[in-house]
Design a protein around this ligand. Sequence first.
Ligand code: SAH
Ligand code: SF4
Ligand code: F3S
Length: 434
Amino acid sequence: MKFYIETYGCQMNVADSELVAGILVREGWGQARSMDEADVILFNTCTVRQHAEDRVLGRITSEARRKHAKPHLKIGILGCVAQRLGNSLLTDYPMIDLVVGTDQYLQLPRMLSMLDNWGARDSVETNPKQLYFDAHPLRQGRHSGFVTIMRGCDNYCSYCIVPHVRGHERSRITEDILMEVHHAGKGGFKDITLLGQNVNSYSYDGVGFPELLVRVNKVPTIRRVRFITSHPKDLSDVLIGAMAELDKVCEHIHLPMQAGDDTILQRMNRGYTSGHYLGLVEKLRAAAPGIAVTSDIMCGFPGETEEQFQRTFDLMEQIRFDYAYTFKYSPREGTAAADMSDQVPEEVRLERLNRLIDLQSRITTEVYREQIGTVKEVFVEQTSKKSDEELSGRSRDSKIVVFPGHAGRISDFVKVRITEASGWTLRGEALDNE
Ligand code: SAH
Ligand code: SF4
Ligand code: F3S
């Protein structure tokens, strides 16, 4: 019997899909290379914005047609939509055979084996402290690897559904993380990303995040470390110092700003001001010259006036992120912001979003052009999508770099001189053409 997982949402979900694959393979399941080959299709879902949820439910509905040709095919829904909507999905979407929340993945093999006479779906245990101590992810990407260091979130930003679906924040045992990093490195995953909704608040038995980085930096099997996501309220000077000092820690930080207006930030429950945010970016750039700073920005939060929006726009223009993901606010049932009375009309949200997109694409183009002439160390991941004669990989400062080369160099670290910039991609030529 074979399974296929289709993953939506953030890197936490990507890592969870790898965990689910590990759990199923350990129980004797095979991995299907495509949906066509699968006996079970699992959708690992995201509900951070309504659009994300609608999209995946639409996709499940359309893929369910496969059941006509293959009556034994089962369809399962995992992840944050499963967690949010629970077993109501089974009645509202009759093509769905099982619903598995983010803390229930260890039960998945048992649930699947009982599926044909499955009467007591409600009895599946859920463990809100789940940390998957004894499960091992089956990493799918070939060279960059995710390692989850914590699960859940306690920040309750007023717009955000994540704490409601993923539960309280809990940190994994330091030794387990180090062991997993070591194994990932041995398996060829030399560029590791440590994952959590707010990695800066990692804490286990007196080990905080800067100390964790010091220890991960010593793992001999890996060459690079990155981490997502950082929260501006918890990014300490000690951490900035550690980032500057530790040789494997890459020159990149993803630091969601969300908004540039202090009243909006406060109503978002973000716990910092625009001035504090700007100060952090300045410190980071002084401590680690050349560091790439990337961000998440939101517009159309309830009550956002044109002037308040303009402050976000101006701060983005001042800071000049290497790239930023921009979103229009989407109300999520059960969050504090969804109940605020002054919701911004959809057309205003959309119009503001378009202004943010235009601004950031201009800035990204400029920042990327400034890289022309520099030399970057590229970890080669694959042949480029467009041509077999070109390779594509990532620089330490988290930019995609494409250059001519043959597949034998995949998983090498290659010095590349940048000659061209287009969109979010840099092009160049290898300096050490052996
Ligand atoms: N833990 C991370 C990621 C959270 S989700 C963090 O704290 O940044 C990723 C991004 O989605 C957020 O940074 C935010 O910009 C956006 N987002 C979250 N909830 C949203 C909502 N209700 N509407 C629109 N965007 C949202
Ligand atoms: Fe959501 Fe805020 Fe937690 Fe990020 S820190 S997951 S935005 S509640
Ligand atoms: Fe989406 Fe869940 Fe991640 S809601 S953003 S997949 S934590």
